[in-house]
Design a protein around this ligand. Structure first.
Ligand SMILES: C[S@@+](CC[C@H](N)C(=O)[O-])C[C@H]1O[C@@H](n2cnc3c(N)ncnc32)[C@H](O)[C@@H]1O
Length: 201
């Protein structure tokens, strides 16, 4: 078990975010600017809420953030931040699309920090992660505006290169990002897709 509280853990406490994962979004965003003021953002796997809180500050009062997780998150947005709507739902359920569309028919940005419960079996964990990331790409293809952006956590393994290829088919520019705040020993990386090509006929 990890006992040493690392730099990003302490920084998150100081900056009043509920999780250190916020810096995995902030770092990529500072470099690639894939969320802008006024944007609508769909955050999949949002609990305990750091990414949604940070995205809400980036988009500001004219934007909106919708966060979805199996666990209920209910943090109040910060001053100057957009409204945040927290949904307690399974992203694999088809009803999610109808629920989200009642709030916004389409989004400028889809972000995902989804992580499956781990079993300790490397192959099973990789396959479960791939199911989640494939679902996020499917949701992106249904819910993103043309030219919209996508930033999604994935765990590297056998099927990862094929997934990156699938993202390349849907977005004009694709990068695999490993933020400094992501532990070196972790197999997690983030796939950034910018410029959604639009719904395929
Ligand atoms: C690493 S945490 C997200 C941390 C969050 N980005 C933050 O900054 O506070 C991953 C989340 O994915 C959620 N999750 C996993 N599978 C899910 C599913 N099928 N539907 C919705 N949420 C799911 C978990 O409940 C967990 O809260």
């Amino acid at each position: 078990m990890r006992t040493v509280k690392d730099y990003y853990y302490k920084k998150a406490k100081k900056d009043k975010y509920p999780a250190r994962s916020v810096y995995k979004l902030e770092e990529a965003l500072n470099k690639y600017k894939f969320i802008r003021r006024g944007d609508s953002v769909l955050d999949l796997g949002c609990f305990p809420g750091s990414w949604s809180l940070y995205a809400s500050e980036v988009v500001g009062e004219k934007g909106i953030v919708v966060g979805v997780d199996l666990k209920a998150a209910d943090k109040a947005a910060r001053a100057g931040g957009s409204e945040i709507i927290w949904l307690c739902q399974d992203i694999m359920q088809p009803e999610l699309i109808t629920t989200v569309r009642r709030i916004r028919p389409a989004f400028k940005v889809l972000i995902s920090d989804l992580a499956p419960g781990t079993t300790g079996n490397r192959w099973t964990d990789h396959q479960q992660s791939m199911q989640l990331v494939r679902r996020t790409l499917e949701l992106a293809s249904i819910l993103l505006h043309p030219k919209g952006n996508y930033y999604c956590k994935a765990f590297q393994g056998e099927d990862f290169p094929e997934f990156v290829q699938e993202v390349k088919e849907q977005f004009e520019l694709v990068k695999v990002v490993k933020p400094k705040s992501s532990r070196v020993e972790s197999r997690e990386v983030f796939v950034l897709g910018m410029g959604f090509k639009g719904k395929q006929a």
